[in-house]
Design a protein around this ligand. Structure first.
Ligand code: AMP
Ligand code: GLY
Length: 429
C-alpha cells in the first residue's frame, strides 16, 4: 500500500513512525514532512492545501490512502476533492470537518443530538446588544470563542464583565479576521480536561484509542500563554471504565449516529476535547484529526497495525478488526525554542538525538529541518522535538522521558519539567 501523509509536525512524525511498522506499507510519503519524518518515509515538497498538486501526486505515485494530519485541508474540502477521484482518505468531508472549522456548527450539532456541552449562544456583528445581554446573564469567567479557525488563539477566557463586553465587540469587529465574525459565548465549565480519540468508518463502526491529557500552557503549573501543547500523558487516571462508559454512551455513540443520520461522510479520527465535570463528561470541542502532542504519546500504546485500521476506516468497514491497547504508560515532553509561543530564533543545530534514542525514548521531530548541504538537523519551529517514552508506570515513564529530554540540546531550548506531576498527585491520592 502506498500512503500519502499530509502535515509537518510531531503528530505526523508519530503517525509516520507507527505506519512505517505496518507490513501492509509499501511506500510512505509525507508532505511536506520535517527533518525527522524522512526516517520513516520520503518527504515531498507539496503543500497539503494545494489540492491539485496533491491529486496529481496521488495519481503519479499510485497512492492508496491519503491521511490528513491536520485540519486545514479537511476544512477546505480535501476529502471531497479526492473522493471524487476515487481516492481513499482518512479524514472527513468538508461538512464533517466543520465540527472543528465552525464552533457554531459544532454546538448546533451537539444540540441536535443531545450531546452534553456548555450552554451557549452565537452572535454576529449585527447582534452586539444581544451578545451584551447574554453575557450579563452568565457568571464569570466568560468564555468567548471565534467561530472559525484562528490558529488555536480564538478562545478567550475573561474574568470580568466589562472586559468580556469589550472583547466581544473587538472579536465581532474582526479581531481574528473572518473567524470571529461569528462569536460563540458559552458558560464556563470547571474540571479536568482529557482528549479522547475515536477512529470511525462512517458506517457505525468505531474504535476508541488510548485517552490522553495534554499540557497546554507554556509555564509550569499550567501557567502563562497557551501553546500548541507542551506534553502529554496516556492513560489518564480519572478516565476510568465508569467515566469512559459515560463518554461512549453520551458522546461517542450520539456523535457517530448523528453524523450518519445527517448523511455526513465521516471516515477518520474524531478528537473529543472533554472536561470532567463532577464525574460527567462534557464536550469542550471537537477536532477532526488527532491531537498534537497527544499523538506522540498515544501511538506508543497502540499494539495493533494502525495503518490497517485507518485503511479499513477510510474504506467504510472497520469490521471486527481489533485495536489492541498497551496497558503501560506513555509520556511525551515537548522541547521548544526559547521565546515560544512568542517569537523565537530558527536554524539552531540539534545534538544528542542518537544518544536519546539509545536510552530507549523516541525523539519525534516537530519543528526541525535537515541542515542544507550538511549532516544533522536544525530547529525550524517553536515546538522542536517531542520526546516520547513508554514504561510500566507513570513515574518510571517520566524518569525515562526526562532522561531523553536532557540528552538532546539546542541553543535556547526549553521544556516544562512538570508534565504528569498533577496525575502523579492524583494517583498518590
Ligand atoms: P480551544 O482553543 O478550543 O482548544 O480551547 C482552549 C481551551 O479553553 C480549552 O482547552 C479549555 O481549557 C478552555 N475552554 C474552552 N471552553 C471552555 C468552557 N466552556 N469552560 C471552561 N474552559 C473552556
Ligand atoms: N493538543 C491539542 C490539539 O491538538 O488541538
Amino acid at each position: 500500500m502506498n500512503v500519502l501523509l499530509l502535515g509537518s509536525g510531531g503528530r505526523e512524525a508519530a503517525l509516520a513512525w507507527k505506519m512505517a511498522q505496518s507490513p501492509l506499507l509499501d511506500t510512505l510519503y509525507i508532505a511536506p514532512g520535517n527533518g525527522g519524518t524522512s526516517l520513516y518515509g520520503t518527504n515531498v515538497a507539496l503543500s497539503p492545501t494545494d489540492f491539485d498538486g496533491v491529486a496529481a501526486f496521488v495519481r503519479s505515485h499510485a497512492i492508496d490512502l491519503v491521511v490528513a494530519g491536520n485540519e486545514d485541508p479537511l476544512v477546505l474540502g480535501l476529502q471531497n476533492h479526492l473522493a471524487a477521484m476515487g481516492v481513499k482518505v482518512c479524514g472527513p468531508c468538508k461538512t464533517g470537518a466543520a465540527l472543528e472549522g465552525s464552533k457554531d456548527f459544532a454546538k448546533r450539532f451537539m444540540g441536535r443530538h443531545n450531546i452534553p456541552t456548555a450552554r451557549y449562544q452565537s452572535f454576529t456583528p449585527t447582534e452586539l446588544d444581544e451578545g451584551f445581554a447574554f453575557l450579563a446573564t452568565l457568571r464569570p469567567p466568560y468564555v468567548l470563542k471565534a467561530d472559525g479557525l484562528a490558529a488555536g488563539k480564538g478562545v478567550l477566557i475573561i474574568d470580568n464583565l466589562p472586559e468580556a463586553l469589550k472583547a466581544l465587540q473587538e472579536m465581532l469587529q474582526g479581531k481574528f479576521g473572518e473567524a470571529s465574525k461569528t462569536v460563540v459565548i458559552e458558560e464556563f465549565l470547571s474540571g479536568i480536561e482529557c482528549s479522547v480519540f475515536v477512529l470511525t468508518d462512517g458506517h457505525g463502526g468505531y474504535r476508541v484509542l488510548p485517552v490522553a491529557k495534554d499540557y497546554k500552557r507554556i509555564g509550569e503549573g499550567d501557567k502563562g500563554l497557551n501553546t500548541g501543547g507542551m506534553g502529554a500523558v496516556s492513560p489518564v487516571p480519572f478516565a476510568d471504565d465508569a467515566f469512559m462508559a459515560k463518554v461512549e454512551e453520551r458522546i461517542i455513540k450520539p456523535t457517530i449516529w448523528g453524523l450518519i443520520e445527517e448523511k455526513i461522510d465521516y471516515r477518520g479520527f474524531i478528537f473529543l476535547g472533554l472536561i470532567n465535570v463532577g464525574g460527567n463528561p462534557m464536550v469542550i470541542e471537537y477536532n477532526v484529526r488527532m491531537g498534537d502532542p497527544e499523538t506522540e504519546a498515544v501511538m506508543l500504546r497502540i499494539d495493533s497495525d494502525l495503518l490497517e485500521l485507518m485503511y479499513a476506516a477510510a474504506s467504510g468497514s472497520l469490521g471486527d478488526r481489533e485495536l489492541k491497547i498497551n496497558p503501560q504508560t506513555a509520556v511525551t515532553v515537548m522541547k521548544v525554542s526559547g521565546g515560544y509561543p512568542g517569537s523565537y530564533p530558527k536554524g539552531k543545530e540539534i545534538t544528542g538525538l542518537a544518544e536519546a534514542a539509545a536510552l530507549g525514548v523516541i525523539p519525534f521531530h516537530a519543528g526541525t529541518k535537515a541542515i542544507e548541504g550538511g549532516a544533522g538537523v536544525a530547529t525550524s519551529g517553536g515546538r522542536v522535538i517531542s520526546v516520547s517514552a513508554l514504561a510500566p508506570t507513570l513515574d518510571q515513564t517520566l524518569e525515562l522521558a526526562y532522561r531523553g529530554v536532557d540528552a538532546i540540546h539546542f541553543e535556547g531550548e526549553y521544556s516544562r519539567r512538570d508534565i504528569g506531576q498533577d496525575l502523579l498527585r492524583l494517583i498518590g491520592g
